[in-house]
Design a protein around this ligand. Structure first.
Ligand SMILES: Cc1ncc(COP(=O)(O)O)c(C=O)c1O
Length: 405
């Protein structure tokens, strides 16, 4: 069959692929423990639901303006004032179908084919595929010391005449690492000096632990104006447990937003106004849900970290935020894909292979689940990997027998 070169070059999302297999097994009654998830389990805030319901009840369901409804944009402007300490004009804001689409449209707006976009590795899987889709090149940059946060110097060494932008995702998916304010100050200065776009993927920005506070990238720029090359991407997905709502946004200079809006107008027109109303409801409403999610995650993180730390041979770094822990399992198996499939097949635990995030030998485990699933999931993994484990493990009534070495 004839397919485009770009189309053929795209990889299927590994996370979705594993989730799909796990869902099929679960539907068959298999005792799956899902440590692969990337979404909160809780309910969407009531303020979001009532706003969307009111709009739906009005039965006036029209096209949204291509850059978003006035209500949603005003909610984003207010949110930006509160958390970013700047007040963008409406022309500097675009509402999108999730953070994903805002990121993709931003890349389309600023990158030409062959241009390069840098991001620290490990990185969120879609950055690379998005770059490919526009004929640009994603360049992952590993920290020289093997850690999760490269120095600005490491990034600087990879800048070429084709480099147009750098993406920073803090706290980070998959590592949970929080880029310290000093790093952000340095990268802002570097990008300004080199004339590079700096894209902040802030989708987890308030899901921080151990008293860490979200920062605003704009606090580190000396000359913020309508020529700024800082692009902030965010969404209601992770903070407000509304991953299925598909509403996000971008804040950038007016010219970039204009181009992004043109792209949106010619592709999906705009997100549904009903869903934008829900997003505005969440952003303007009671915020206690975000804090209780944050607290639950911090507690879950502590439980998972303690369990993995006590697991001989596993190297784990305590995440500063997000839902994820990125642990080095290479002492047991070098191929993370092989290991993830093995764990699903043998002990029915879903995890995501680190290679998908640019780091082989690691697994991403999500603690965005119940304490019971975290403890039992790690117990099963340990049983599967530790050669000194007893020969049998009971999952409810079911007996698993170790028939591997
Ligand atoms: C780092 C990162 N950026 C962006 C997204 C996309 O978010 P949304 O659901 O708002 O499109 C995700 C979702 O997993 C993510 O982890």
């Amino acid at each position: 069959m004839s397919l485009s070169v770009i189309g053929r070059s795209l990889n299927q999302s590994a996370t979705l692929k594993l989730n799909e297999t796990a869902a099929i097994l679960k539907a068959k009654g298999e005792p799956i423990i899902h440590l692969g998830g990337g979404e909160p389990k809780g309910k969407a805030p009531l303020d979001a639901i009532t706003r969307a319901a009111a709009m739906l009840n009005s039965a006036e369901i029209r096209y949204s303006p291509p850059d978003g409804t006035v209500e949603a944009k005003q909610a984003v402007i207010r949110y930006t004032e509160e958390f970013y300490h700047i007040r963008p004009t409406p022309e500097q804001v675009m509402i999108s179908v999730g953070a994903k689409q805002a990121l993709f449209f931003a890349m389309q707006a600023i990158l030409n084919p062959q241009d390069e976009i840098l991001f620290p590795a490990p990185y969120w899987v879609s950055y690379m595929e998005m770059a490919k889709m526009i004929g640009a090149v994603g360049v992952p940059v590993l920290a020289e010391d093997g850690g999760f946060i490269p120095r600005v110097k490491d990034l600087a060494l990879r800048v070429t005449s084709y480099t147009k932008a750098i993406i920073i995702n803090s706290p980070n998916n998959p590592t949970g690492a929080y880029y310290p304010p000093e790093f952000i100050a340095e990268i802002v200065e570097f990008c300004e000096k080199k004339g590079l776009y700096l894209i902040m993927d802030d989708i987890y920005h308030r899901l921080l632990f151990d008293g860490k506070k979200p920062y605003s990238v704009y606090d580190f720029t000396k000359n913020y104006d309508n020529n700024s090359k800082i692009i902030v991407i965010n969404s209601v997905s992770k903070l407000y447990a509304m991953t299925g709502l598909r509403v996000g946004w971008a804040i950038a200079n007016q010219k970039v937003i204009e181009v992004m809006t043109n792209i949106q107008a010619h592709t999906n027109s705009a997100p549904s106004p009903i869903l934008q109303a829900a997003a505005a409801g969440a952003l303007n409403g009671i915020q206690s849900g975000v804090d209780s999610l944050r607290q639950t995650l911090e507690n879950n993180r502590n439980v998972m970290y303690a369990r993995l730390k006590a697991f001989e041979g596993i190297h784990v770094t305590k995440p500063d935020g997000t839902f994820y822990m990125f642990a080095d399992f290479s002492a047991y198996e070098k191929s993370s894909t092989k290991l993830a499939h093995f764990l699903l097949e043998k002990v029915r635990v879903t995890v995501v292979p680190g290679v998908e995030f640019g780091r082989e030998g690691f697994l991403r485990l999500s603690y965005n689940t119940t304490i019971k699933d975290i403890t039992q999931g790690i117990e099963r993994i340990k049983w599967a990997l530790d050669p000194n484990s007893p020969n049998e493990l009971y999952i409810g009534e079911r007996k698993l027998v170790r028939d591997w070495v």
